[in-house]
Design a protein around this ligand. Structure first.
Ligand code: ADP
Ligand code: MG
Length: 435
């Protein structure tokens, strides 16, 4: 291996087994391999958005490829190149998700008390009281945080445990790839998951509606459960609201404990703001904190984003932290909330991920059933989620506006009587918002 860059190129080549080349180019052409430090590989993304997408969609694949190539367990850290100068060194350190997502850093209030207590119980005594633990709630309320916190505690108390953390969507994609590659790979896939002592699956809602994935997961679930291994799942909704989840799966998920997380109340929001400000080392006047707590009510991720932004402005321009400055930042954070302004590329990406069909197939002339439905869905979502006109939408897909109209009418009609389709649309919109 000549250099860190050669290594990175090899990793990207390996990724081509699981992702279309266009997808890899889209996310990695302007990323830079920074260093390999012990078992930690540091990658710099061009900006915050790309950093987040790389972290959420590619961590597992990158870590697997690195681990394969180097023959040792490697963990990935992704930096945000755009904000490098403004972030102090300790911030960059803590951008490794695992380290940051601990119970110590988690503020407990009435809205998340049950989920927190259950997560603690599971972390301290895996596979004892609550198996599986199923945590559900809207986006940005701390589900992933709790999941990692469990993983961190168990990793410390049981260093020998095999802990697997995976996103529902990656689980699905991995399985699909394994299926395409044949029996040997499916075997490998099964073995990998069935050896887990602690299986953490984030956003399990992604497996709903996908028969083969559900089937495979059902067997994995049973095998682990019977062997006395702990399973923790998170989802954006409770099992009974996952329309296309098979009944036997719903029953399994409800065997243990269902714990919901609600948006935090005012006092908890204040406590979170104080904790985040302290951690970032910025003084925010009480009245400004109250203003933030009053204006951002439903999402902890946004609270965090606001404090970070205030800190950056304060540091860069020396502007005083006032209520009016906070208002501006709050408006901006609300408006840049991913998903509020989805673009056609984001929609195409989400549809492509969901159906495991490359974007270029969606945009091509192919007429096979497995591309027609994703294409019509993508057209429908572009019309629904952006302000693109029919002709503009047609241009995106290299098609006539009547084709778009036909697709939209069809899906509008079908979703009324088709719970599965309704569920898929709901999931896709969530995915786009979380991209
Ligand atoms: P979800 O998985 O539910 O979408 P995350 O776990 O990703 O949400 O949380 C979003 C962000 O908010 C994370 O940075 C997380 O650390 C932070 N966060 C959420 N809830 C809390 C909490 N109760 N205390 C401290 N930080 C929190
Ligand atoms: Mg999450």
């Amino acid at each position: 291996m000549n250099s860190i860059n050669d290594l990175f190129q090899m990793v990207l080549t390996q990724l081509e087994g699981s992702f279309p080349k266009t997808t890899i180019n889209a996310w990695f052409s302007d990323a830079e391999a920074v260093r390999l430090d012990g078992n930690s590989f540091v990658l710099m993304a061009a900006n915050q958005f790309k950093k987040e997408v790389i972290e959420s969609r590619f961590t597992t694949a990158l870590e697997t490829a690195l681990t394969d190539l180097l023959g040792e367990q490697i963990t990935l850290t992704v930096l945000d190149g755009e904000h490098m100068q403004t972030e102090p060194a300790e911030d960059i350190q803590s951008s490794t998700p695992d380290g940051e997502y601990t119970f110590q850093n988690f503020i407990v209030g009435p809205s998340n008390k049950l989920a927190h207590a259950a997560a603690m119980a599971v972390a301290n005594n895996p596979a004892h009281d609550y198996n599986p633990l199923f945590i559900y709630g809207q986006s940005g309320l701390g589900k992933t945080h709790l999941l990692h916190a469990i993983g961190n505690v168990v990793h410390t108390s049981h260093p020998d445990y095999r802990i697997i953390y995976i996103k529902g969507e990656d689980f699905t994609n991995e399985l699909i790839t394994a299926i395409q590659e044949g029996q040997g790979q499916i075997h490998f896939f099964r073995n990998k998951y069935r050896q887990a002592d602690l299986l953490l699956i984030d956003d399990i809602q992604f497996i709903a509606g996908k028969e083969r994935t559900q089937e495979e997961f059902f067997h994995t679930f049973n095998a682990l459960y019977e062997a006395g291994r702990q399973i923790v799942l998170t989802s954006d909704r409770p099992p009974k609201e996952m329309n296309t989840l098979e009944d036997r799966m719903k029953t399994r998920f409800e065997w243990g404990l269902l714990a919901d997380i609600q948006p935090p109340d005012y006092e908890t929001r204040m406590a979170i703001i104080q904790a985040k400000a302290k951690k970032l080392g910025i003084d925010i006047p009480g009245e400004v904190m109250r203003c933030i707590a009053e204006n951002l009510q439903s999402n902890v991720r946004q609270l965090e984003g606001t404090i970070k932004k205030i800190k950056a402005i304060n540091q860069l321009s020396g502007e005083e932290v006032t209520i009016s400055m906070a208002h501006e930042v709050i408006e901006e954070v609300k408006s840049i909330q991913p998903g509020l302004h989805p673009t056609p590329p984001m929609i195409l990406q989400a549809v492509s991920n969901f159906y495991s069909v490359p974007v270029e197939h969606i945009l091509s002339d192919r007429r096979s059933k497995d591309t027609v439905q994703p294409r019509q869905m993508a057209m429908y979502l572009v019309r629904k989620l952006t302000n693109y006109s029919l002709p503009d939408t047609g241009k995106v897909f290299h098609r006539d506006h009547t084709t778009v109209m036909h697709a939209c009418d069809k899906i509008d009609r079908e979703r009324k009587n088709n719970a599965e389709l309704e569920d898929i649309i709901k999931t896709l919109i969530e995915n786009i918002q979380n991209l």
